[in-house]
Design a protein around this ligand. Sequence first.
Ligand code: SAM
Ligand code: SF4
Length: 357
Amino acid sequence: MSEISKILQKETLLHNDLVQLLSTKGEDMNTLFLHAQKVKEQFVGNKVYFRGLIELSNRCKKNCYYCGIRSGNPNIHRYFVDEQEVLNAVQYAHEKGFGSIVLQSGERNDKDFAETIERLLKKIMQLTNNEIGITLSLGEQDEETYARWRAAGAKRYLLRIEASNRDLYAKLHPQDHNYDHRLNCLQLLRKTDYQVGTGVMIGLPFQTLDDLAEDLLFFKTLDIDMCGMGPYIEHEETPLYQYRDQLLPKEERFLLSLKMVALLRILMKNVNIAATTAMQTLDPQGREKALRVGSNVIMPNLTPLKYRDDYLLYEDKPAQSETADETVQLLEEHIKAAGCQVAYFEHGDSQHYQLRK
Ligand code: SAM
Ligand code: SF4
């Protein structure tokens, strides 16, 4: 038995095991992927859940050093998707049998924003006879706002910690972005009864394999229900772009991301793990590869085409001019090729959340 196979047999994977597994290449890496695939088959099966993604607005008060729509980027046209267009996208998802949608946007904390979202949530629930599941990804908010949105119909929330190492976090954000505040928001989401999702970017400048191993252990300690993580991809109009020569080559960054997905599936067997768009950016088959080794959620982009080029978080974001029908058709083919099947008309709630309740 190879050394990697022996590590994979262990009941509990510790920091050094994870670092070793994250360093695997060739045959050893395939052993890891095969093991993760078996765990996935056993615990979550081959169903893939669609969450229709609506990139609601690129207005953001924050200034993260990695993000193309940061407030400090003067070169983008700011938008908020028209309410009727949001409802049209929701109706499309509902009619097609997507169990859920995701509303994502830049961060705002003003009263008007909180009310607009609350109103929108109520309209979405009304339009779909309370049938559609709603995930939010709208950044850091106070407890009252999270609770109001939860009462209005949202049931899952994605808030990536971005980097669980607080020193690394500080290098990626301006001083007024606070790690403890973000962490506290994750606790508030738990308290207000959301299915809680977090995640990190992989292959960031200054990031080490030790950091990534700790990210995985952080997810476990936090006992998350869902995870969305993917490779960091550079954007020319951001401060981190100056470090682009220090990044791993794209293929390696992609494989490292795939190893993170596989390891999380092994560590947290029944959580929902997204195959993210950033995976597809570095490898055209990236999301399907992620499905094979552990992911079970995909977020087809339903943002109206006219807004998409204004939501460029990073370079080469794929399928910017693909219609929803084209996206769904292509995804279905690739999902089948990965040995999985789309679960239509199912919410696909995190099993982890259901058991935890
Ligand atoms: N504003 C909310 C927030 O930050 O939590 C939600 C929207 S934000 C655009 C969603 C995610 O995009 C972030 O959590 C971050 O991980 C990811 N992102 C931003 N810039 C990125 C980049 N250059 N490469 C990869 N992912 C990026
Ligand atoms: Fe704003 Fe989110 Fe981008 Fe940070 S990652 S600048 S909070 S949209």
